[in-house]
Design a protein around this ligand. Sequence first.
Ligand code: OAD
Length: 244
Amino acid sequence: MHNQLEIPLSLIQILHRAGRVTVLTGAGISAESGVPTFRDAQTGLWAQYNPEDLATPEAFRRNPQLVWEWYAWRRDLVSGVEPNAGHRALAELEQRLPMLTLITQNVDGLHQRAGSRRVIELHGNLFRTKCLEEETLVETWEDRGEIPPRCPRCGAWLRPDVVWFGEMLPTAALREAETAALSCDIFFSIGTSTLVYPAAELPLMALRSGATLVEINPQPTPLSELADFSLRGPAAEVLPMLLP
Ligand code: OAD
């Protein structure tokens, strides 16, 4: 018998009374849309590839074509999937609750496609491209058949506007995320292994500021024993159960 996960009534009451809700999502919320996570055994991207070969500035300088094509493959993959019930439930909660701030580590843009409006992208977005040298966004460029393509302004290589290992997070986004973590009544950590900092610090900041901490993840994480509520289930099943 499929054990239907129960949402404690006390959590429902806290959520529906909460003035300010902050949510942090990771790759797990997109898993049920068919987008691979990073660290799930066998199916995670890092089980098949080596992050050092693909998701670092050194990897790009060493083999820009390989890195550009890997992100192009991820863009194609994400373009072919749909947001799931978990993404949609968060967009619905943003409409229903007085103040919900959504912080995501994901670069797939699925929260926005599901209708979420206030989305803080800590790690950038696959569908934005920037100049390697100028660091400014580039919307269009001439396709000269060169991979990676070059910046129309300065001729340097173009790169995805995503955060690579060893790179700083976008300052404004991180500051906004920290403010939202420090000033909320309830903080949800959804679909993240909470292994990558500084994003993983956000739930701890919320906890220290007195927020109720809720984790939604089918697996335990280092955060699980600190959370006030640890809902051990998939986001697309659990999140719709929180809707008023
Ligand atoms: P991970 O792959 O590290 O963790 C995914 C988490 O989602 C795991 O804890 C899974 O148990 C959980 N999960 C899997 N299926 C789920 C489901 N249906 N519902 C809810 N949770 C589910 O991904 P992240 O924690 O997002 O960094 O990784 C953080 C960062 O590390 C990423 O943003 C990326 C990566 O390297 C950068 O790109 C800079």
